[in-house]
Design a protein around this ligand. Structure first.
Ligand SMILES: Cc1cc2nc3c(=O)[nH]c(=O)nc-3n(C[C@H](O)[C@H](O)[C@H](O)COP(=O)(O)O)c2cc1C
Length: 139
């Protein structure tokens, strides 16, 4: 992002709610060269305001993934993927979007950062493995 979100969790939540209301797409800082050379694109994102985060909408708008396979995955604070996967489909109408993976990650509000570690990391690793098998990305 060209302008980072505030460090304060609640301020960020408020800003995101406003951006979702107005459909604002924040300009991105990072430019990805040669995005066209990939056939499979894994796209990962958290649930924000039960939606796809505005910078992810910017990202999917900015790059054309026409004819590519998009593989979405999500972390959330316990309320699920919300409308995120649906929005990925809507923003990539000319891509094949595979069944997404969703799991519970950290929750900044509780000061619990990088929660996917130790025993939880092993649990999630198994979930990811079985998802990859289901969508045919792993034998
Ligand atoms: C601005 C903001 C809004 C959020 N909104 C939601 C939400 O609506 N539902 C939810 O389950 N989690 C919500 N979260 C929690 C994030 O989904 C969670 O922190 C994230 O998945 C953690 O990912 P990580 O463990 O990969 O860092 C929100 C977090 C932020 C910063």
């Amino acid at each position: 992002m060209q302008t980072p979100y505030p460090a304060d969790y609640h301020a960020t939540v408020q800003q995101v709610v406003r951006e979702n209301e107005t459909g604002y797409l924040p300009p991105l800082k990072t430019v990805i060269d040669g995005s066209n050379q990939y056939d499979f694109v894994f796209v990962g994102f958290p649930t924000w305001d039960m939606k796809l985060p505005p910078p992810m909408k910017s990202f999917l708008r900015q790059y054309s993934f026409r004819g590519k396979t998009i593989i979405p995955f999500n972390s959330n604070g316990g309320y699920g993927p919300g409308s995120t996967f649906q929005t990925v489909r809507e923003l990539c109408p000319q891509s094949t979007v595979l069944e997404g993976f969703s799991t519970r990650g950290g929750l900044e509000r509780d000061g619990q950062l990088l929660a996917i570690k130790d025993a939880r990391a092993e649990e999630v690793r198994k979930e990811v493995e079985s998802w990859l098998k289901t969508i045919g990305m792993l034998k």
